[in-house]
Design a protein around this ligand. Structure first.
Ligand SMILES: Cc1cc2nc3c(=O)[nH]c(=O)nc-3n(C[C@H](O)[C@H](O)[C@H](O)COP(=O)(O)OP(=O)(O)OC[C@H]3O[C@@H](n4cnc5c(N)ncnc54)[C@H](O)[C@@H]3O)c2cc1C
Ligand code: SF4
Length: 481
């Protein structure tokens, strides 16, 4: 009996083994479909679509999402058939709430913790949130989860269609401090690879800079540190003070949710730290490395001059072999030219309206941006908003803004000050000229919205092409409703 049982199991085992062997002999497993891949925008290595990092150069592929996106034909309809709706990228939103204040539809965007969430039923797709978001985390899409944006034409090394001109950081279309730091460093790595040290010595101008970096935000500083590390002859020109955009954040908190490697420093990781902490860290790095930043120098134009570029700033000329533009996207705001304008209570760009709640705010300007700022601030609790304009009326603003402004004035939420000019800004007051009479107004904050020079005009003069790109917004990083 025992022998019969053992024999039965042995035979069954052999049968099963034989069957499995016959059905899937070694080496004949059904071939797996090869994984779809694309070339890395930087080094050309083949990168599987599912891969996060390039196996060749090791760079996170997310950084190339704009470079790698298809360019859309001019005037082509936006993809998708659904009505336009705002779409927030959860991987980029820093939870500042600016979009909530900017949206004219109450409740269409709400904050859930640190994330802005769109209510699809209430959103009308105006797009005010898109221009208000400081980190380009919102798009208006028509159902295809595609964000159509106008950006300068650059390649995987952040070099533009004008050879020798690089564009990094927010100017290239991507927000966030970590992206700016990474892009600045990568652009200089490419400059170093393209510019052997001998060229710097034997091309007819030993005094020329290897690289001129315009702007000292996170992108420009990181580019400068990499240039310093590589031993390049560099110059950094900054129109304001070091890292002017970050310095001018209205709020104290900022988010850098993952570590980012800074040349000559190492990993920087500040989650929910204050902007003062970041500025302090930059200050320490600059002091310890001896990085040179020329502040208060606004670059007016860049012109090709044979093998060099002539960078013209405040009447001075800087000859450089390569130029890295790290100018952000806020441009150069026009200024009032009055004493006190350089103090911390004066802003030229307004995001995060709630940061000014409860204050006495003077908004200066007679165009749409001034009126929109005043209206946004008027929605903040206990906030006194005055709108100063030297003209006779606010007639040149859009009809929609005109109606809203009239309502806000009628209900006392905005106090108009026509035929008025600011003469001086002091810590707790502003000195005004109102119809020829001097007036001293108690004041906490001044918002100057009198226009300025947009960086796109600067780029176009230089010959950099601006193209429209359809950037896919993966559903897993988007939140709608
Ligand atoms: C209110 C606010 C909150 C934000 N919060 C966060 C956050 O929490 N986390 C995060 O990661 N990002 C945040 N961001 C976005 C982040 O600040 C930017 O993405 C980042 O600063 C971009 O760096 P950048 O170097 O490209 O440009 P910028 O930081 O804008 O630097 C550009 C520099 O170039 C200078 N410049 C411009 N034109 C000229 C010229 N013609 N000549 C000389 N210099 C010039 C400017 O003065 C400026 O110093 C926030 C932005 C704002 C406005
Ligand atoms: S404005 Fe942009 S970053 Fe700020 S909460 Fe809205 S989506 Fe997020």
């Amino acid at each position: 009996m025992l022998l019969t049982t053992i024999g039965f199991f042995a035979l069954t085992g052999v049968f099963i083994w034989w069957h499995l062997r016959g059905s899937a002999p070694a080496g004949t497993a059904p071939p797996r479909a090869p994984e779809a891949s694309r070339p890395c925008a930087r080094c050309g290595a083949s990168v599987a679509f599912s891969a996060t990092y390039c196996p060749g150069c090791g760079i996170a592929q997310q950084i190339f999402e704009i470079v790698g996106a298809p360019t859309s034909a001019p005037g082509a309809a936006a993809p998708g058939a659904a009505p336009p709706r705002a779409l927030v990228r959860a991987d980029m939103c820093v939870g500042c709430g600016t979009c909530v204040a900017a949206c004219p539809e109450v409740g269409a965007i709400v904050m859930r913790g640190k994330l802005a969430v769109v209510d699809d039923a209430l959103c009308k797709g105006h797009g005010d949130c898109v221009s208000a978001c400081p980190v380009s985390a919102i798009a208006v899409t028509t159902g295809a989860a595609i964000n159509r944006i106008a950006v300068p034409m650059i390649d995987g090394n952040f070099q533009s269609n004008v050879p020798g001109i690089y564009i990094v950081g927010e100017l290239g279309g991507r927000g966030l401090i970590k992206n700016a730091i990474n892009e600045g460093k990568m652009a200089i790595e490419h400059v170093v690879a393209q510019l052997p040290p001998c060229e710097a010595r034997n091309d007819g101008d030993p005094e020329a800079f290897d690289v001129c970096i315009v702007g000292s935000g996170p992108a420009g500083l990181s580019a400068g540190l990499e240039a310093l590390r590589a031993g390049l002859r560099y110059v950094i020109l900054e129109q304001g003070s070091v890292s002017d955009t970050v310095r001018k954040y209205p709020r104290k908190k900022l988010l850098l949710a993952e570590p980012v490697s800074i040349p000559l420093y190492g990993d920087l990781w500040i989650a929910d730290a204050s902007k003062e902490t970041l500025l302090e860290v930059w200050g320490t790095i600059i002091a310890n490395t001896g990085l040179q930043v020329r502040t208060g120098v606004k670059v007016d134009r860049v012109v090709r001059d044979g093998r060099f570029f002539d960078v013209v700033a405040e009447g001075a000329h800087y000859r450089a072999r390569r130029v890295v533009l790290a100018m952000g996207r806020r441009g150069t705001p026009r200024r009032l030219g009055v004493p006190g304008e350089e103090t911390d209570k004066v802003f030229f760009d307004i995001v995060e309206m709630e940061a000014f709640a409860g204050q006495k705010v003077l908004v200066v300007g007679g165009g749409d941006s001034a009126v929109e700022s005043a209206l946004g601030l008027a929605n903040q609790p206990n906030t006194e908003v005055r709108l100063s304009y030297r003209g006779e009326s606010f007639a040149r603003v859009k009809a929609r803004n005109q109606d809203k402004l009239n309502q806000a004035i009628a209900s006392g939420l905005v106090i108009p000050m026509l035929r008025s000019e600011v003469r001086e800004i002091r810590s707790d007051v502003v000195v005004m000229d109102v119809e020829g009479e001097t007036m001293i107004l108690p004041n906490d904050t001044v918002i100057v919205r009198i226009g300025g020079e947009a960086p796109s005009a600067f780029l176009e003069k230089l010959g950099v092409r601006i193209v429209e790109k359809d950037v896919p917004m993966p559903r897993e990083v988007a939140k709608v409703g």
